[in-house]
Write a protein that binds this ligand. Structure first.
Ligand code: FE2
Length: 181
């Protein structure tokens, strides 16, 4: 289940209904999948072959298909990041820059955990959404954000795209972000 931390106030939200209400008020799409459909031998594994990734995507197909058809996604893939990923530290440095996309950014967590840092509406400031296994989130197009790993430093996630060509990261220079850290 996702949890929230608002950077300006330090407020933490862990109650499921409160988390859903907060994200809804911020116009962030959120849902939760039952990912126990992933075969047991691939549960909580991070060193995945291309064949393993296909198997995991197939095991999640009913949920992927429903989300894709309701929200217009036409392509999806599975990413796995962990301490054994080559160049993981450099990769994370690259990730941890506030940016925007012309498409929404969707992640469905199949294993491990990850955090989206998102610029909130109005004077909310930035907030962290910590995602656990089964959490599905969509950061709206043009909404400043970045994604990073948690202290667990491992994640497997489904990414879904309306148009992968529109999914280039555009840096978003924001003095208020540095002030919020
Ligand atoms: Fe992004």
């Amino acid at each position: 289940m996702a949890t929230i931390k608002v950077r300006n106030s330090g407020t933490e939200i862990t109650d499921e209904t409160a988390v859903r209400d907060f994200l809804s008020a911020q116009e962030i799409y959120y849902e939760h999948w039952d990912v126990s459909t992933i075969p047991a031998h691939l549960q909580d594994r991070f060193d995945l072959s291309d064949g393993d990734k296909e198997t995991i995507l197939s095991s999640l197909a009913p949920m992927i298909d429903r989300l894709a058809s309701s929200r217009g996604y036409v392509k999806w893939d599975l990413i796995a990041l962990s301490a054994s990923t080559p160049g993981i530290d450099e990769l994370l440095k690259k990730f941890e820059q506030v940016h925007t996309h012309t498409e929404d950014e969707v992640r469905a967590i199949a294993a491990g955990s990850g955090t989206f840092i998102i610029k909130g509406q109005g004077d909310t400031g930035y907030f962290d959404v910590r995602l656990a296994k089964g959490d599905v989130i969509s950061v709206p197009e043009y909404n400043p954000h970045f994604f990073t790993l948690t202290e667990e430093r491992q994640v497997v996630a489904v990414r879904l795209f309306v148009d992968p060509a529109g999914w280039v990261a555009h840096p978003f220079a924001d003095p208020s972000f540095a002030a919020a850290l």
